[in-house]
Design a protein around this ligand. Structure first.
Ligand code: 13P
Ligand code: SF4
Length: 350
């Protein structure tokens, strides 16, 4: 979405979206969940959108699924379900609604559509892609299969529906080791995240894990040297890294896990200082529920996730755009790979 003016003009005709202290007061309970990171003056800008979106959601019988990397105004303000990639995929099957608005990136909306072919799945900005999903095509999967005959292909959910359809099973960062360990073959192909694959290979030493050379532009930028420097200045910091980071970065961390795993760890351990080696909104979204934790250090923004804004969510529900479609034959094959993952990740680890 490049020129936002027509959208803004149309929204202004239907809703009063001017900053409003009255709207901020009316949504005080929602603001309380993010008061530490969103000042009241900013909330007065967001509140009219939150009120309009929440009204429209009821009218359209819609639910909003939001990834943990959404900004706090979306995460706390309008989302019905929040979570990591696995939790969102599982919830996508369970939601009772006609419309799903996916606040996340395109592969997440596709996954919701694959699991709910009869529902309308909307994404507020079709440009919200992912460097991992863009790094591989079904041809790449065929290439890997030719190189490692007989080895199963485990594809990260951060892939297009066509790549999922060409894979044997999917995984997310929260179940990747469990899925790889459950494969019968000694050699397992993991696509497209080379770093997730290398981190999983360490966790599952009994398998020979081979990988595609994709990476996440948010997590590949962290370096082990930066973390060591940081620790030398602030030795009392608990460092928590996402497994899309390179293995030497993960090795410097006290804990590594999916975004939901990170949130759970901070809740359980309540460190005095925490450095979340991941996307910036993660710390913002949990800051208010953990007032005793000081979130420190560098984080990186995902430019794709940040394309999803309250304004575009309102537009999406107002104009019912943009519906995500997956060709039925591809969706049917992709569903098998996603459903296998969901079923396997429900089994207790061996
Ligand atoms: P998880 O939320 O599954 O950890 O994934 C992180 C991510 O980068 C999604 O794009
Ligand atoms: Fe893709 Fe990385 Fe952004 Fe997640 S954080 S959507 S993996 S680019």
């Amino acid at each position: 979405m490049t020129d936002l003016s027509p959208m803004r003009a149309e929204l202004a005709r239907h809703y009063d979206l001017r900053p409003s202290m009255q709207a901020a007061e009316a949504t005080r309970d929602i603001h309380a969940r993010m008061a530490r990171v969103v000042p009241l003056a900013d909330w007065a800008r967001h509140a009219p959108y939150v009120l309009a979106i929440n009204r429209l959601k009821a009218e359209r019988n819609a639910v909003i699924l939001a990834h943990n990397y959404m900004t706090p105004d979306i995460f706390h303000g309008v989302a019905d379900v929040v979570g990591d990639s696995l939790q969102l995929a599982v919830k996508a099957v369970e939601v009772q609604a006609d419309v799903i608005v996916q606040c996340g990136v395109h592969f997440m909306a596709e996954t919701s559509k694959i699991l709910n072919p009869g529902k309308t799945v909307l994404i507020p900005d079709m440009g919200a892609g992912c460097s991992l999903a863009e790094s591989i095509t079904p041809d790449g999967i065929a290439q890997m299969r030719a190189q490692y005959p007989g080895a199963p292909v485990v594809s990260y959910v951060n892939t297009t529906a066509a790549v999922k359809a060409a894979s044997d099973i999917c995984c997310t960062s929260s179940n990747a080791a469990q899925i790889v360990a459950a494969m019968e073959s000694d050699t397992v192909i993991m696509t497209p995240d080379q770093y997730l694959a290398q981190n999983v290979a360490r966790q599952v030493p009994g398998k020979r894990v081979v990988w595609w050379e994709g990476s996440c532009i948010v997590h590949e930028r962290f370096s082990a040297a930066d973390l060591r420097d940081f620790r030398s200045f602030q030795p009392d910091t608990t460092i928590i890294a996402h497994p899309e980071c390179p293995p030497d970065v993960v090795a410097e961390a006290d804990f590594s896990g999916s975004t939901a795993g990170i949130i759970d760890f901070v809740h359980r351990m309540r460190p005095a200082k925490a450095l979340l080696v991941t996307e910036c909104s993660m710390a913002s979204n949990i800051a208010d529920e953990l007032p005793e934790v000081e979130f420190v250090g560098p984080c990186n923004m995902c430019p794709y996730m940040k394309m999803i804004t309250l304004e575009k969510v309102l537009w999406s529900l107002h104009s019912m755009t943009t519906p995500v479609e997956v060709e039925p034959e591809i969706a049917a094959r992709a569903r098998i790979a996603v459903q296998r993952m969901i079923d396997l990740s429900r089994k207790p680890a061996a």
